[in-house]
Design a binder for this molecule. Sequence first.
Ligand SMILES: [Zn+2]
Length: 142
Amino acid sequence: MKMVPVISFDNYIDANIMLGKLQAEGITCFLRDEYTVTVDPILSNAVGGIKLVVPENEVSKARVLLSLFEQNKKTALECPQCHSHNVEYISNPAKSGNWLSAIIGFLFGSYALSIKKVYHCFDCGFEFDDLPPAKTSLFSEN
Ligand SMILES: [Zn+2]
C-alpha cells in the first residue's frame, strides 16, 4: 500500500496529537521523519517537517477530517476581550525582543528559534498567550 503525506508538522507534540485524533476516527496513519526533526529542529526545513502519512485509499477521508479539525480549532479560538472568533496564532518577532534571533529565525524558518507566537485578535487587536479553555470533541456540538 502506497503511503501519502497529507499534512506536516514542525514538532512531534502537534504531530502526535493529530496522529491520535486521526487514529481515533479509524484512519490508519503513521509519522515520517519524526526522529530527524526531534533531534535537530533546524533540519526540519530540509526534510519538510514531520509528515503524517496515510494509505492512498484513505487520503480523502483523512483530508476531510483534517479540515474539520482545523475548523473546530478556529471556532474554539475566542478573543477574551471582544469574544470575536477572528483570532489567529501568529509569529510576533517584535515581542521576541532580540533582532538577532529574529534574523536567524528568518534565515532558518520561523520554527528554528524562539520567535514569540501569540494569539492575535483581528477585530480589537488584543493579544494573548494562553488559549481559553478548549471546547470538547469534534462532533459534540450537534
Ligand atoms: Zn478581540
